[in-house]
Design a protein around this ligand. Structure first.
Ligand SMILES: [Zn+2]
Length: 178
C-alpha cells in the first residue's frame, strides 16, 4: 500500500511491471507500465479498456471502452488511498489538491485519492463539461461493503469495439473537486 498522498500535490508518475499473468505460462507479464496496473495489451484483454488521447480538446489522455456497456455495469475499480482528509479540513479551507480526489459517500465523507498514475485505469476518465458537446456516460459507484469506489456506466454505451473504442466520460458531480 503506497503512503497517503500529501495534500496539494499533483499525481505522481509511477513505472511498474504489469500486474497481469500471461495465460500461456502463468508467469507475470514482463512489460512495464506507467499508466495503469496493466500494460496496454493486458488492460484491453482483462478490462476491455484503453488509455489514449481524449476526444475532449486539451484534456490529455482519456479512458476508452472496447466493448459495449450496459447501464449500471461496473467498468473498473478505483485503487488509491484514503487521504484522512475530512470535511472539516475542507471547510476550514486547508490546502487540498490532487486532480483525482473523489469524495466517498460515507458518513462522515472520506476522500479517496488515486494518486499514482498506475493506481487504476478509472482515473483516466475525463468529465465532459458544458461546451464540450459531449454527454457523460459514466459515473462513480461505491461499495459500502468493500469501501471501494468504482467506475460504472450510467447510460448504455453501444457500438464500442477494439477498432472503434468509445470514450468513457464520467460525471463526478459534487463528489469531485480540486
Ligand atoms: Zn501485461
Amino acid at each position: 500500500m503506497p503512503p497517503p498522498a500529501p495534500y496539494g500535490l499533483k499525481s505522481e508518475r509511477n513505472v511498474i511491471r504489469c500486474s497481469a499473468h500471461t495465460a500461456k505460462t502463468g508467469r507475470r507479464c514482463k512489460r512495464l507500465t506507467a499508466k495503469t496496473p496493466y500494460c496496454y495489451q493486458h488492460l484491453e484483454k482483462l478490462e476491455h479498456l484503453v488509455v489514449k488521447k481524449s476526444t475532449i480538446p486539451n484534456a490529455g489522455n482519456g479512458l476508452f471502452t472496447t466493448v459495449p456497456r450496459k447501464t449500471g455495469n461496473k467498468i473498473t475499480n478505483y485503487a488509491g488511498t484514503n487521504t484522512g482528509y475530512t470535511r472539516e479540513d475542507r471547510e476550514r479551507g486547508h490546502l487540498f489538491g490532487g486532480d483525482y480526489v473523489l469524495e466517498m459517500p460515507t458518513r462522515p465523507p472520506t476522500y479517496f485519492n488515486p494518486f499514482h498514475t498506475t493506481d487504476s485505469a478509472g482515473r483516466y476518465s475525463n468529465m465532459a463539461r458544458r461546451g464540450d458537446g459531449k454527454a457523460n456516460n459514466a459515473g462513480i459507484g461505491y461499495s459500502q461493503r468493500y469501501h471501494q469506489p468504482f467506475l460504472k456506466a450510467i447510460h448504455p454505451i453501444p457500438n464500442a469495439t477494439k477498432q472503434h473504442p468509445r470514450e468513457l466520460l464520467a460525471t463526478y458531480g459534487r463528489n469531485y473537486w480540486q
